[in-house]
Design a protein around this ligand. Structure first.
Ligand SMILES: [Zn+2]
Ligand SMILES: [Zn+2]
Length: 203
């Protein structure tokens, strides 16, 4: 990166970490087609390592709101506009003490390019201990009803999050949206955890 520790991150920095990754199954993280699930697919801009991982930290903890918005714009420029009525970011955890949601800023950046609004319709029902919120930390699998969504009958939505690790957050979000009457047409993340040499999630 041309500036260290959030001092300066420009579009070139963001684009330098972009990787061509295959679409993968929202349910199990396997490269599409997974052969088991026929549902929504996830697009990822980079692998969760090196500078891409450092950028996640900057987006989340260094008050670098503009970096998250730029990352959303950069992702949206690389992927076609999804078939959706609006973008839905994964919400901050109830126990989070952060004052902004990097997934919402990613969605706003992407929405600017795609001309789609962002709707904060998801809420966590469960409270996770703060220790469990650290990226890559081991945690219990989430209950499928860990989130709830506002009523969205007949609406098509597209999910946005910063990182796809085990997929349990995305699955909980998708279950909540489906239960509210929405169809999840796909999802996008800034980066995904990938174990070396395999298009499978690194748990
Ligand atoms: Zn730069
Ligand atoms: Zn699958």
């Amino acid at each position: 990166m041309c500036g260290r520790l959030g001092v300066h991150v420009c579009r070139d920095c963001l684009e330098s970490v972009a990787a061509e990754l295959p679409l993968f199954c929202l349910e199990c993280g396997t490269d599409a087609p997974c052969g088991v699930h026929g549902g929504a697919l996830v697009r990822a801009g980079a692998a969760y390592s090196g500078t891409a991982r450092e950028l996640v930290h900057i987006m989340k903890y260094e008050n670098a709101r503009s970096v998250a918005v730029m990352a959303g714009e950069s992702l949206a420029a690389r992927f076609s506009r999804p078939h959706a009525d609006f973008l839905v970011p994964v919400p901050l955890h109830k126990s989070s003490e952060r004052d902004y949601n990097q997934a919402e800023l990613l969605a706003q950046g992407a929405g600017r390019v795609w001309r789609l609004d962002t709707a904060n319709v998801l809420k966590w029902r469960v409270v996770l201990p703060r220790q469990a919120l650290k990226p890559g930390s081991e945690r219990e699998p989430l209950r499928e009803d860990a989130m709830a969504a506002d009523a969205l009958d007949g609406v098509n939505v597209f999910l946005i999050d910063d990182v796809y690790t085990s997929g349990s957050t995305m699955r909980a979000a998708a279950r909540a949206l489906e239960a509210s009457g929405a169809s999840v047409t796909g999802a996008m993340v800034w980066c995904r955890a990938v174990s070396k040499g395999h298009g499978r999630p690194a748990f």
